[in-house]
Design a protein around this ligand. Structure first.
Ligand code: NAD
Ligand code: GLY
Length: 363
């Protein structure tokens, strides 16, 4: 097991990564203020892993409420959130109940938002089961739900007490979901870690074949990058080059996800297509060259990710991007590449260049 720490000044917490950590019940029990948890999972993950998590907890004397939600991004809604509150109230969960998210990013975001708001906030633990959740969404405390007008538009910052990422659970993950997680892994290399990007270029096939050592290394390196960024700008308030850098490709990607309808493309797939748009725009601004854009595309293709955007029409893209949370004081800020391994935020990018980049990447 490898352990990293997210060094937040008032609430530092550990990320435990490794084979079989799901069975190390003490990693969870040691963080419970009372012997009471509510485990939130979904109809796909629960049959695979819920009993493995809760049976030892019950054997340890912990009272467990099981909440199994429908699967999928289209259920990341107010209605599903409310069903979590219904279950917590029905089972008389009180303020000492710890909410545990067992699932991918959708479950983590929903359960985390429920934990942030139930009785004005209860403790929260993340047990991520997708690659995307293990390298990104379970770390950093962003929680929330979608609104028909925009992705993740309603939510809260609510940090977990601990993150327990068992690499063995990735063996049951569908190939397409593994690829979606790779979009976020590649992101860390592109925005701030050139040696990791080079390692990915040399090892992407090992990751796609689920080589356990390669996966563990990529997860650890991704979490280390995320932990550093989050520790520097926990609530994404830095005007420039703070936590927003983690959203390379996301403003375009969120527009694609919302424009197509949630669940049509996976989040990571939309981010991959958005990353190519961000790279192309960076080239148009003269920061990187065509060979760099080709390098980005090539790596994403080797990770079996889409590199062509959805044909939503330019006006629809601009409208949806205008709703993005990266709009700061009314100005759209984009995350772009100064060079491979170094990203920057930039406001007031000429709209003509944004349109041209989208157009190039949709044809
Ligand atoms: P997901 O949660 O929908 O999981 C993907 C699919 O894999 C689902 O069908 C799920 O049931 C299934 N699954 C999960 N674990 C499995 C396992 N071990 N074996 C078999 N199947 C398994 O999607 P995701 O890609 O994990 O997360 C995407 C979500 O995360 C999006 O809503 C996105 O907005 C959010 N996100 C949040 C943050 C954050 O910082 N909070 C960061 C990135 C993404
Ligand atoms: N996934 C972006 C962030 O956590 O800030």
């Amino acid at each position: 097991m490898r352990t990293l720490t997210v060094a937040l000044s008032d609430q530092a917490y550990d990320i435990h990564i490794g084979s079989g950590v799901l069975d190390r019940t003490q990693l969870i029990v040691s963080h419970l203020p009372a012997e009471r948890v509510a485990v939130v999972s979904n109809s796909v993950v629960a049959p695979l892993y819920l009993q493995r998590l809760v049976a030892p907890l019950r054997a340890d004397g912990v009272r467990v409420t099981e909440i199994v939600l429908p699967d999928g991004e289209r259920h990341k809604t107010w209605e599903t959130l409310n069903s979590i509150f219904d279950a917590l109230l029905a089972d008389r969960c009180d303020r000492t109940t710890t909410v545990v998210a067992l699932g991918g990013g959708v479950i983590g975001d929903l359960a985390g938002f429920a934990a942030a708001t139930y009785q004005r906030g209860v403790p929260f633990i993340q047990v991520p089961t997708t690659l995307l959740a293990q390298v990104d969404s379970s770390v950093g405390g962003k929680t929330g739900i979608n609104h028909p007008r925009g992705k993740n538009m309603i939510g809260a910052f609510w940090q977990p007490k601990v993150v327990v990422a068992d690499t063995d659970v990735l063996t049951t993950l569908p190939d397409r979901e593994l690829s979606a997680g790779m979009a976020e892994v590649i992101k860390y290399g592109l925005i701030r870690d050139l040696p990791f990007l080079q390692w990915l270029e040399a090892n992407v096939e090992r990751l796609m074949e689920r080589d356990a050592d390669a996966l563990a290394y990529a997860i650890e390196r991704s979490c280390a990058n995320k932990a550093e960024v989050v520790a520097g700008d926990e609530r994404e308030t830095a005007k420039d080059n703070g936590r927003a850098l983690l959203n390379l490709g996301h403003t375009f990607g969120h527009a694609i996800e919302t424009g197509l309808g949630y669940g049509e493309l996976l989040h990571g797939e939309a981010v991959a297509a958005g990353t190519v748009m961000a790279a192309e725009l960076s080239r148009r601004l003269g920061w990187i060259d065509a060979a760099d854009v080709a390098r980005v595309r090539e790596l994403l293709i080797r990770a079996k990710l889409p590199v062509v955007g959805a044909r939503l029409g330019i006006d629809r893209y601009l409208d949806l991007m205008g709703h993005d949370k990266k709009v700061f004081a009314g100005r759209l800020r984009l995350v772009l590449l100064r060079q491979l391994g170094e990203a920057t935020t930039l406001a007031d990018v000429p709209v003509s260049e944004i349109c041209a980049a989208i157009d190039t990447c949709c044809s």
